[in-house]
Design a protein around this ligand. Sequence first.
Ligand code: NAD
Length: 256
Amino acid sequence: MEDLVQGLAGKVAIVTGGGQGIGRALVLRLAAEGCKVAIFDLSTEAGAETAKLAGDAVVRTWQVDVSDLAGVEKAVGEVEADLGPIWVLVNNAGWDRPQPFLKTTPEFWDKVIAINLTGNLNTHFAVAGRMVANGGGRIINIASDAAKVGTAMEAVYSACKGGLISFTKSIARELARKNVLANCVCPGPTNTPMMAEVAGTGPDAEKWKASLERGIPLGRMGEPEDYAGIVALLASDDGKYITGQAISVSGGMNMV
Ligand code: NAD
């Protein structure tokens, strides 16, 4: 027990997009810290697979599209009825298909914004008021270093992540006196199913990955587990004096 962060045992956490990639690693870490975890994911199969990996821990899955406010509100109510008052909200669900901005369409922008920006407004709207009523809570938003330095081929996605950081800072100011703390964690390029889909396979993909890694001072891409410790800390009593921050966890790639 002495290796754990303080004060997470028995707390209820929601992790959006917990079915795979970074979200899965966050679910498993929060479960190991003793949290009861609710996964909100489009894929119940992926959520169930994550729950299985958590062994005896309490990890349940709700099929939720974060861009659907009514669905989010319904699931949040069920989580509180089923698991108890929500202490942690991790907004991790995200989606993109990199392409030159001038080749995109307004329909594509709408989808990117609905998932990566509006989806987060929906979950905050459904959960933060309950946190205030419960006497406090912790919100951790998975943004991206793309929000801080931009990234070619991901202009709309980057705009959403930048918006998410600004939104987080504003909410952090609004809710600090209610003991609701909100922060962003900003990953750099990370080995996840999303990255695998973007990068593709074969020699060109390997060459691209190698050149990416040359630009990362710590010499490698991120792994989903690289974000678990900071998220657990921000959710815990050890994080009780941290709010409104956007913390880069990217191997030193962008020192901003
Ligand atoms: P991933 O695609 O591997 O996993 C995302 C999960 O979110 C999936 O389980 C998917 O089903 C779920 N999801 C997608 N849309 C959803 C929706 N509308 N409602 C509910 N669930 C939904 O992604 P990942 O690479 O693990 O990324 C996780 C987060 O980290 C995202 O917010 C992403 O933007 C961010 N991020 C990733 C990287 C990277 O290089 N992988 C870099 C910076 C930031």
